[in-house]
Design a protein around this ligand. Structure first.
Ligand code: NDP
Length: 603
C-alpha cells in the first residue's frame, strides 16, 4: 500500500467541481444508443477470422446439460459438472475454440489486469503454471484450452456453431436448442454463459462507412494487414502506415504501446482518458509455485475478495491496485469509527471519497512525471473517481506519448466529429490515415437479444427478455422462475465481483453442479424457483446504482449505463448481495452443501 498524500479540503472541493463539469460535458441524450451495430462494410466484424468453418453433420440427440458459451463461465461450469459425475455435458460456441473473450481478443499487448494466480480458474486441477503475475492473452487462451482438455469438454462440444433459438418443451421437460448448423437437440438442463463483453460495438460517428482505407475492431485484430502476431511479434507491415486508434479504454491502453512502437505514425483519438496506475509485473518462480499447499487457490481467491471488498486479513496475498484502494478505504473507516463515528454507509462513503481523491491525485501526478509535453500530460489526466470506469494498470502506455511518431488528439469529451474517405475529423481538423482501429468496446447495456443473438423461450413461450422487461429477476443471479432447469452464468444479483470475474463462476459452478447432481440422483424432472422465492431474494440485493460505481457523479460509461440512471426494478440489474461478495460466497456454499437448496423446487 502506497503512502497516502494529504489533500486539503479546498482541493477536494475543487475536484468535486471539476469532476461534475467533466461529466456534464460527456452526458448525451442518446446514452447507449449512440453505438452502432456492425452493418454495411462492417457487417462481417463479428465473423471468426481465426478458425475455418468446416462442414459437419447436424446433431439430433439429447444431453443432460447444454452450456451455451465456452468462455471461462462455460468451462468452469462444465468442469464442475464433470467433477460431480455428470458426463453428458455439451459446450456450444460461435467461436472455433473455447476461451470466450480470450479467443476473440488477440490484439497486440492484450493481457489481464487481474493477477493470474486468481484470474485463471482451476490452476490446481490443470497443472498450469502462470509465467508472470499478470499474463498475456495467448497464455490465458492456452489455459482455457487446457481446462477443456483436462475435463474432456471438447468431446461432444459444438464449436463454430451459433444458437438460433432455445425453447422449453413442456411435454418433454427438456430445452430444445436449434443452431445455424441445422442442429436440433434437447437438453435436460441449460446453462447460458454468453457474457457481456463478446459482441463488438462501433462508435456512432458520422461517415464511418465512407472510409476508403483499412479498418477493423480490436477484438478481430488484422495481423494480415499489420504483420506480426499476438505473442508480441512486431507488426512489420505498419512501418509505413498512418494509423488512427479511436478509443482509450482498457483495450486501447494495452494495444497503443505496441502500435506506437510499430506504426509509421499513430494518432490516438481520445474522448475520456483512462486512469493508469502502476503495473509492476514480475515473473512467477515455478519452484515457489510448486511449493504451494493443495487448496491454495481457493484461499487466494477468498483472500483477494475479502481485501478487495473492505475486509481484514493477516496477509495480502495478491497485493495490487485492486486491494490497495480497498485497504485505504477500510483503514479510513476504522480510523473514523475509532474517533467516534458510527459505522454506517455514510462513514464508508466519506472514507471512500477521501481515499479515492488521494489515489486519483497520485494517478494524475504519475502522468506529469512520465509525459514530457505538458499539454499532452494535461489531456491524459482523468477527472473522475477511479471506479467510475475500468481502472487500468500499465507501465508503457503513458510513455508511448513521448514518442515522436505518436500524437494524442484529445477531443475534450466530445469524441470524433466524423470520418470521411481519407481519414478522421476531430476538433474541426482532418487527420489523413491509412488505417482506423476501433477500440470502441462491446455491447453491455443494450437489449439482451441484441447481445446474445438468440431468444430463450421459457414456459408458455415467454422470452427471457419479456420476463425481465421491468428488470432482471433471479434467485442467486442464476435461477429464473418460469424458466425451469436454466442456469444463468453471470455475476449480477449475486456476488457481482467485477475485479475478478472468474471467481464468481468458480463459486457458482459448485452450486450448479450440486443442483444437477441432486436432480439426477432424486429423479426430479424440473428444478425451478417460485416467484416468491425470487422476490424474497431480490430483497437481499442492493442496487449498484446506490453504490459508488453507480454514483450520478461518475463520468458516463458502461459501468453506469452511460450516465443514464436506471429506473424502478431495473436498478437491480447490476445489483449485488447486500452483505458483500465474501458473505455471498459463504452463503452460497452453505446453501448447496446443506443439500436443501432453499428457494428451489425439485419436481
Ligand atoms: P470500453 O467500452 O471500455 O472503451 C471504449 C472506448 O471508446 C472509450 O474510450 C470511449 O470513450 C471510446 N469511444 C466511444 N465512442 C467514441 C467516439 N465517438 N469518439 C471517440 N472515442 C469514442 O471498451 P474496451 O474494449 O476498452 O474495454 C471493455 C472492457 O473489457 C473493459 O472495461 C474491461 O472490463 C475489459 N478488458 C479487460 C482487460 C483486462 O485486463 N482484464 C483488458 C481489456 C479490456 P468514453 O470513455 O468517453 O466513452
Amino acid at each position: 500500500m502506497g503512502e497516502p498524500t494529504a489533500i486539503s479540503d479546498e482541493r477536494r472541493e475543487e475536484l468535486r467541481v471539476r469532476y461534475r463539469a467533466e461529466r456534464d460535458k460527456r452526458l448525451r441524450g442518446d446514452g447507449n444508443n449512440q453505438y452502432l451495430e456492425p452493418t454495411g462494410r462492417f457487417a462481417g466484424i463479428t465473423d471468426d477470422p481465426y478458425t475455418e468453418r468446416v462442414e459437419r453433420d447436424s446433431v439430433h440427440d439429447d444431453v443432460t446439460v447444454a452450456v451455451i458459451g465456452a468462455g471461462f463461465s462455460g468451462l468452469v461450469t462444465g468442469a464442475a459438472l464433470k467433477k460431480a459425475g455428470i458426463d453428458d455435458v455439451r459446450l456450444l460456441d460461435a467461436a472455433g475454440d473455447v476461451g470466450g473473450v480470450w479467443y476473440w481478443n488477440r490484439y497486440p499487448g492484450a493481457m489481464c489486469d487481474t493477477a493470474a494466480m486468481i484470474y485463471l480458474p482451476l490452476l490446481e486441477e490443470t497443472g498450469t503454471v502462470p509465467s508472470a503475475k499478470y499474463v498475456p492473452a495467448h497464455e490465458i487462451y492456452a489455459h482455457a484450452q487446457s481446462i477443456a482438455t483436462t475435463f474432456n469438454l471438447y468431446d461432444n462440444a459444438l464449436l463454430s456453431t451459433s444458437v438460433n433459438e432455445v425453447s422449453w418443451d413442456e411435454a418433454a421437460a427438456r430445452w430444445r436448442i436449434t443452431t445455424d448448423r441445422g442442429d436440433d437437440f434437447t437438453a435436460k438442463f441449460l446453462a447460458t454463459g454468453t457474457g457481456p463483453l463478446h459482441r463488438p460495438k462501433l462508435p456512432g460517428i458520422d461517415g464511418i462507412d465512407s472510409f476508403n482505407g483499412h479498418a477493423f475492431h480490436t477484438s478481430r485484430w488484422d495481423y494480415e494487414y499489420c504483420g506480426g502476431g499476438p505473442a508480441d511479434i512486431p507488426m512489420d507491415k505498419l512501418g509505413d502506415k498512418r494509423v488512427a486508434v479511436i478509443g482509450t479504454g482498457a483495450t486501447a491502453v494495452q494495444c497503443i504501446p505496441k502500435v506506437g512502437r510499430d506504426a509509421g505514425e499513430l494518432f490516438v483519438f481520445q474522448r475520456t482518458p483512462s486512469s493508469i496506475d502502476i503495473r509492476n509485473n514480475h515473473p512467477i518462480d515455478p519452484d515457489w509455485f510448486g511449493s504451494l499447499e493443495p487448496g491454495w487457490q481457493r484461499e487466494w481467491l477468498r483472500n483477494f475478495t475479502l481485501l478487495q471488498t473492505g475486509g481484514y486479513a493477516d496477509v495480502d496475498l495478491v497485493m495490487d491496485g485492486w486491494t490497495d484502494i480497498a485497504q485505504r478505504v477500510r483503514d479510513r473507516v476504522a480510523a473514523r469509527v475509532m474517533a467516534g463515528a458510527e459505522l454506517s454507509p455514510e462513514t464508508t462513503l466519506a472514507a471512500y471519497e477521501e481515499s479515492d481523491d488521494e489515489k486519483m491525485e497520485e494517478i494524475r501526478a504519475r502522468v506529469d512525471a512520465i509525459v514530457t509535453d505538458p499539454a499532452t500530460a494535461e489531456a491524459l489526466k482523468p477527472w473522475y473517481r477511479q471506479l467510475c470506469k475500468r481502472p487500468c494498470f500499465h507501465d508503457e502506455y503513458l510513455q508511448t506519448y513521448n514518442r515522436p511518431n505518436v500524437t494524442l488528439v484529445d477531443t475534450d469529451g466530445q469524441g470524433v466529429d466524423r470520418i470521411d474517405a481519407t481519414g478522421v475529423w476531430a476538433n474541426g481538423q482532418h487527420y489523413e490515415v491509412d488505417c482506423i482501429v476501433f477500440a470502441s468496446g462491446f455491447e453491455v447495456g443494450t437489449d439482451l437479444s441484441r447481445r446474445s443473438g438468440f431468444q430463450i423461450l421459457g414456459r408458455g413461450g415467454t422470452s427471457l427478455e419479456q420476463h425481465w422487461a421491468n428488470g432482471m429477476r433471479t434467485l442467486h443471479g442464476t435461477h429464473v422462475d418460469g424458466f425451469p432447469n436454466l442456469f444463468v452464468l453471470a455475476t449480477a444479483q449475486a456476488a457481482n465481483l467485477i475485479s475478478n470475474v472468474p471467481h464468481n463462476y468458480v463459486e457458482a459452478s459448485d452450486a450448479i453442479a450440486a443442483v444437477v447432481a441432486h436432480s439426477e440422483r432424486t429423479g426430479s424432472s424440473t428444478v425451478e424457483p417460485g416467484r416468491d422465492d425470487v422476490n424474497e431474494w431480490l430483497t437481499r440485493i442492493q442496487a449498484r446504482q446506490g453504490s459508488v460505481i453507480g454514483s450520478p457523479d461518475c463520468t458516463p460509461g458502461y459501468y453506469n449505463n452511460e450516465g443514464k440512471p436506471l429506473e424502478g426494478d431495473q436498478q437491480l440489474n447490476g445489483g449485488a448481495y447486500i452483505e458483500g461478495a465474501v458473505a455471498y460466497f459463504e452463503y452460497l456454499e452453505q446453501w448447496w452443501k446443506s443439500g436443501e437448496f432453499a428457494g428451489l423446487h425439485f419436481v
